[in-house]
Ligand binder design. Structure first.
Ligand code: ADP
Ligand code: ASP
Ligand code: MG
Length: 436
């Protein structure tokens, strides 16, 4: 069985939903995971923000506007009055629910309940459309099987057991439609898998079912070899190893959610990135395939802070790095890149919530310098160190750009470089020019 996930743009209008319906109907039983229609989750975040600030009028204005947008889509989606009015009443009930928070105390709990409405709406609308078109479809409520544990990690045993049970109740359905992104947490409350997390839903479902393939359908023909929003003339990469895709997703390639690769990799399920606007394009296949010896792609991660700790005490000492890392651990702050010399160490972080405390604690061990507004540029490919020349090519491309840190050797799959945010576009463009 295959799992097909369609992102926000792919279901962003009545016309797009109709296209997706054509795409998924080929007689094979499959799971169809949908995101919210594009822009919806952002609007729900904005509505929540008004509620947080106690501005009910502001929230209601936004809610009404979004509801009108949905009712207009419903008007275009269905051919018959019966389905149109059935869907209208579903849409209205979701918006009534969002309005009901006007009277409540507003906390993270209420916000998560509001954020879940986007995926609940898109799947309800799509499922009804399939039914109207005479397709064999069933709705699998993600809130009945997708669950995270106390640490926010997926509860894989629970997911598999409950998903299989729900599927068994719809044995004859060709299309099993379900929500991406949303889940319940350890306490049974509505929660989510973080922004962009529908990719993760698809991969958790694929892993739970030992699916034959996970397909991520989006608005571009696969993983490009550089960020198409910044660099002109980027091209899709046809084949990627799981490790390469994971590095690219983690270091900023927005097409994939960073957590999405792991469940697929652990279960050796190929992930295919495909374009809803051009369904016959080959896209990108992510799998366990053997190395190509090539540099494949470049990505960049924004909002990075570099911290340098310089200390004479590091010279010939052991235990220094442990003490430094323990400080980051005590503030639950992950480190991305580490570079060391005999007299100091530099690390990067992207979560600066505890920066002040971290810097304060680090001062016990040496002189601390902080560089903000940095960007990690990540070059990804099959780069075992015996393949001479790739480091020179990468650094050569950046010859005119100040590079604050360089890291290679943690894996055979990436070289990470830290540059100033103001040099990001220039660095990405220079790398594309020289490498591809
Ligand atoms: P969806 O809504 O389908 O989840 P996203 O907006 O999350 O889609 O991801 C697709 C977008 O990712 C593309 O439109 C593209 O602008 C952006 N993107 C960033 N880096 C890359 C890359 N290396 N390859 C392809 N797309 C990328
Ligand atoms: N709708 C959610 C978001 O916009 C999840 C997703 O699209 O993957 O973040
Ligand atoms: Mg996405």
């Amino acid at each position: 069985m295959k799992v097909l996930k369609f992102g926000g743009t792919s279901v962003g209008s009545a016309a797009r939903m109709k296209e997706v319906a054509k795409l998924v109907c080929n007689g094979e039983r499959k799971i169809v995971v949908l995101s919210a229609m594009s822009g919806t989750t952002n609007s729900l975040v904005e509505i929540s923000d008004y509620y947080y600030k106690g501005n009910t009028a502001g929230a209601l204005e936004k809610i009404n506007a979004l509801e009108q947008q949905y009712l207009a889509t419903v008007g275009e989606l269905y051919a018959t009055g019966q389905y149109r009015s059935e869907c209208e009443s579903i849409v209205r009930s979701h918006f009534e629910y969002i309005r009901s928070f006007a009277k409540a105390v507003f906390t993270l709990f209420e916000e998560k309940a509001i954020l879940a409405q986007g995926e609940l709406l898109s799947t309800a609308m799509f499922h009804l459309y399939l039914q109207e078109s005479g397709k064999s479809s069933a709705l699998l409520p993600a809130l009945d099987y997708m669950r995270i544990d106390k640490n926010g990690e997926p509860d894989t045993a629970y997911i598999a057991e409950h998903l299989e049970r729900l599927m068994a109740a719809h044995e004859d359905a060709e299309l099993l439609v379900t929500q991406g992104y949303i889940c319940r947490n350890f306490y049974g409350e509505i929660d989510n898998l973080q922004r962009g997390g529908s990719d993760y839903s698809a991969s958790l479902i694929g892993a739970a079912l030992h699916a034959e393939e996970i397909q991520i359908w989006t608005d571009i023909d696969g993983m490009h070899n550089n960020d198409p929003r910044i660099v002109e003339g980027t091209r899709p990469v046809r084949l990627l190893h799981f490790e390469e895709a994971a590095e690219l997703a983690y270091f900023g390639a927005k097409i994939l959610h960073p957590t999405c690769i792991l469940p697929a990799k652990l279960n050796n399920i190929p992930v295919r990135l495909l374009n809803t606007m051009e369904p016959s394009a080959p896209g990108t296949l992510i799998s366990n395939r053997m190395g190509t010896g090539k540099i494949e792609a470049v990505a960049a991660k924004d909002n990075i802070t570099a911290i340098k700790i310089k200390s004479g005490r590091m010279l010939l000492a052991y235990g220094f790095l442990r003490k430094v890392f323990e400080i980051f651990e005590s503030y639950r702050t992950p480190i991305d890149i580490v570079t060391t010399s005999e007299v100091g160490v530099s690390v990067t972080i992207d979560n600066t919530r505890h920066l002040h405390e971290i810097v304060n604690d680090l001062k016990k061990f040496g002189t601390v310098t902080v560089d903000t507004d940095m960007v990690i540029v990540c070059v990804v490919g099959d780069m075992p160190y015996e393949n001479v020349g790739f480091q020179a090519k990468v650094l050569g491309a950046l010859r005119d750009i100040p590079v604050r840190m360089v890291s290679y050797g943690g894996s055979n799959y990436n070289i990470s470089l830290l540059v100033k945010a103001e040099d990001k576009a220039r660095a990405l463009q220079a790398l594309s020019k020289e490498l591809f």
